[in-house]
Design a protein around this ligand. Structure first.
Ligand code: ADP
Length: 815
């Protein structure tokens, strides 16, 4: 149900992102193109052109004004100024022409220049004309005529007297002076001039003046006509120029306006596109948000349902696990009773029938024991509580030992055992969990023997891949037995499943072995597979990744391993007596780690009810306990009242320094452990007792960094390498401490000194183990407090303070 949501949910998010990204890309592309248009339009050459045109027009008009000034004033300076303007106008036109890319404008500018040139020419002509007009020669003409008249009347003149021309100005001046003197000396006597001559002279004079006047008028008219022509021409040129400039100006303005409009349009277009895309984006976001949110809520609903379902399943699984664990655990004790008493019964005189019955009971209880052990393993595996070790071991040994052990069990069968171990795997150490590998191999070999009546069972070990750090090893257990049909091959790895319905009846078994093996192989990083043919035999293969062990490591590691495996190999069973729950948990855990089956009891009376049924190889007992102490327990065993006691070693554990070791040995104890002790002390005691002949060197204990004054967990850590186990032990200790302190308080209030002493002693065990020095010293006093001692309440008060300090610190350590 959750699958479609899982896939659709991110799909919708991706789709929404894609739509938004596409929209963003489209908008960006559009905006970019609009921006280019805008920038093209915004190119300020147009506005520059407008400014240039304006200044050009101004210059044209300014030049025009200067031309008029030059014409009117006839001053040379004005004319020069006019020419300067003309030149700068030409220059300005040339610059404009150069800067504009438009051909039409270039042509227009050329035309303007041409017009300006002709206008300039016109102005020059007009100026010359005007100067000519102003230069009136009529009086000169009259004077010349009068001079001619004087000549005719006999007066000397420079011209008529000196016909040949003078050579220089000086010469001329000299001649003029001479003539002036001669004219004075030879003055004309006007009285002697006749009236006729005077009349003719006057008439001539009038005529001369009249003629001069006529000539002057005629000349003036001509000039006026020319002037009019030139002015008309100038007007035409000016008009053309104006028109041309106006057209040019209009065109520039038009271009400018057009660009501005284009720009405006671009902005409007861009803003409307932005608006539209914004709206579309918003709609898309809203739409997808709605879809995603509704999906999210739907998913949330389903998730909630799933969570509830998961919780229910977990609860059910937990209950199942608890049920399996409790039932298995609870079954163990009565099972021991059944098998114990059956064993006792078998040792008595029995009839044939009775022997048959007891054999049936024995095999039944063996079956249940196997089932209980498998169930415990399985429930641990299911709960993920099974710890995997990572230690060095010789693989070859495991294969040899497992093969031979099972073959011995099935010695009545004519089935041969072959061991084919790759040379490279021999005499070689690998790192993994040897105990679990042994369990898998044992299960496979045991199945192979179980389902094979004749023929052989082969254990083949080979290397699949070998790398620097890791070697993948394949262990195949092959038999020539009944085989498994193809359709059943997958099923047999499921818990409580057997290939055939009558398998259990015919061959026994619980259907759990392969399920456990498969899970174990998985935990070790490998896998297990089967190839089989009905009636011909089966071949089970386990692939395991094993860490290579360096030569240098082997020198150090195997020592511990061989000891560990040797202890585990002995399949020892232990009886533990300790009134402190935390200590019982600790010892059970440690012994189980070493492959020793442990039965722990709070008091001897608990054990007594089942004592006949519980088998054990050694006893580990606390000395000082409320009901039956360690010495009494030893006495009980030695008294011969316990049928299962066949002189097994009894190890004493004590925190009391009252007696020397010899005292305990004299009493009959085999070993003595002084509390607090290191795990190595316990193991060394076992090695001595079971003649393993080695010694574990205590790892140097590093002091715990914090809360040094309150406690030190280094000793406890020698027992529990993994944090989880350590925390479990500590939490048991804390719970127990809380209960004990309530009990102790009650005892103090009631002045029940016996209980105070007993409880203090009990608490001492773990307090010493965690080296809680302040608590230990107070408990040591309380343990031996006398009846008449008045310090009880004060001591208890101090203990309460130290205990609470310790519990707070420990609590934070485990949380
Ligand atoms: P058990 O052996 O206790 O029944 P297992 O899980 O070890 O449980 O095996 C499950 C089933 O697989 C067996 O009951 C049997 O039917 C089948 N099986 C396992 N090993 C073999 C084998 N070597 N040959 C034939 N059948 C086998």
């Amino acid at each position: 149900m959750s699958k479609p949501i899982k896939t659709r949910f991110p799909l919708k998010i991706i789709a929404s992102y894609l739509v938004l990204a596409t929209l963003a890309v489209v908008v960006v592309v559009f905006l970019f193109s609009e921006l280019r248009t805008y920038l093209n339009a915004a190119n300020d050459t147009d506005s520059k052109e407008v400014v240039k045109t304006g200044s050009l027009i101004n210059l044209v008009y300014e030049t025009d004004s200067y031309s008029r000034l030059a014409l009117l004033s006839e001053d040379e300076e004005d004319f020069v100024r006019f020419q300067i303007r003309v030149d700068s106008l030409y220059q300005r036109i040339a610059d404009f022409r150069k800067s504009t890319p438009k051909e039409s404008q270039k042509i227009q500018l050329d035309s303007i220049k041409k017009l300006l040139i002709s206008k300039n020419k016109n102005i020059i002509a007009l100026r010359e004309l005007s100067m000519e007009m102003n230069e009136d020669k009529s009086l000169d003409d009259i004077l010349r005529e009068f001079s001619n008249l004087e000549n005719n009347m006999g007066k000397f003149t420079l011209e008529n007297y000196l016909k040949p021309k003078w050579r220089s100005e000086k010469e001329r001046k000299s001649w003029e002076n001479i003539i002036r003197m001669s004219n004075r000396n030879e003055g004309v006597d006007t009285m002697k001039i006749s009236a006729k001559l005077i009349d003719s002279t006057l008439a001539t004079t009038r005529f001369i003046v009249a003629e001069a006047k006529y000539n002057r008028n005629k000349n003036r008219e001509e000039l006026k006509i020319r002037e009019a022509e030139l002015i008309t021409n100038d007007l035409v040129i000016s008009k053309n120029l104006q028109e041309l400039i106006t057209v040019f100006d209009q065109e520039i303005s038009k271009n400018y306006l057009r660009d501005k409009t284009e720009q405006q349009r671009s902005i409007e277009k861009a803003s409307s596109v932005l608006k539209i895309s914004g709206i579309v984006g918003l709609v898309v976001i809203l739409l997808f948000s709605y879809i995603i949110i509704s999906d999210f809520f739907r998913a949330e609903k389903l998730r909630k349902k799933l969570r509830i379902a998961k919780e229910t399943t977990e609860d059910v699984l937990k209950s199942r696990e608890q049920l399996i664990a409790t039932v298995s655990h609870d079954l163990k004790t009565p099972l021991h009773t059944i098998s114990g008493y059956t064993e006792l019964f078998r040792n008595t005189q029995l009839s044939e029938k009775q022997e048959y019955y007891t054999n049936q009971i024995a095999s039944g209880s063996l079956f249940i024991t196997q089932l209980v052990n498998d169930l415990l393993d399985f429930s641990k595996l299911e709960a993920g509580k099974l710890k995997i070790d990572h230690i060095a071991f010789p693989l070859e040994n495991i294969l040899l030992e497992s093969g031979n052990a099972i073959k011995d069990r099935y010695s009545d069968k004519a089935v041969k055992l072959h061991l084919v171990i790759n040379e490279k795997l021999k005499n070689r150490y690998f790192k993994s969990d040897p105990l679990r590998i042994r369990q898998i191999v044992l299960n496979l070999v045991s199945n192979a023997f179980k389902f094979t009546e004749t023929g052989s069972v082969s254990i083949i070990a080979e290397i699949v891949t070998e790398k620097k750090k890791r070697t993948h090893v394949k262990i195949t257990v092959k038999d020539t037995g009944i085989g498994i049909s193809a359709e059943k091959q997958e099923l047999i790895f499921k818990e409580f499943t057997q290939a055939e319905e009558d398998t259990s009846r015919k061959f026994g078994g619980t259907g759990l072995g392969l399920a456990i093996s498969k899970k174990l192989a998985g935990l070790l990083g490998g896998n297990i597979s089967v190839a089989s043919e009905l009636g011909k035999g089966s071949s089970f293969s386990v692939m395991l990744p094993l860490e290579n062990v360096e030569e240098t490591e082997i020198a150090v590691v195997p020592k511990t391993i061989s000891e560990t495996t040797r202890l585990a190999k002995m399949q020892l069973k232990a009886l533990v007596f300790d009134d402190d729950r935390a200590m019982r948990s600790l010892l059970s855990e440690v012994l189980e780690q070493e492959g020793i089956i442990c039965n722990a009891f709070e008091k001897f009376s608990d054990f007594e009810t089942i004592s006949g049924a519980v088998d054990y190889d050694f006893v580990l007992t606390d000395i000082q306990m409320p009901e039956t102490d360690g010495f009494q327990i030893l006495k009980h065993f030695k008294s011969g009242n316990h049928l299962m006691y066949t002189d097994q070693p009894v190890i004493a554990m004590t925190g009391n320094q009252q007696h020397k070791s010899d005292y305990y040995f004299e009493q009959g104890f085999s070993e003595l452990l002084h509390k607090p002790f290191h795990k190595a002390d316990l193991l060394n005691a076992l090695y001595t007792l079971f003649d393993i002949g080695e010694e574990v060197i205590k790892e140097p204990i590093t002091a715990t960094k914090k809360e040094e004054a309150i406690y030190d967990l280094s000793l406890l850590k020698s027992f529990m390498k993994d944090e989880k186990g350590l925390k479990e032990i500590l939490s048991v200790f804390l719970i127990q401490t809380k209960k004990d302190m309530i009990e102790l308080k009650e005892a103090v209030t009631k002045n029940d000194r016996d209980t105070v002493r007993a409880l203090s002693h009990r608490k001492l065990t773990m307090a010493r183990q965690i080296q809680a020095s302040s608590v230990v010293s107070l408990l040591e006093i309380l343990e031996l407090i006398k009846n008449e001692d008045s310090e009880l309440e004060r001591l208890f008060g101090a203990l309460e303070v130290e205990m609470s300090k310790m519990t707070v610190a420990l609590q934070s350590e485990i949380s």
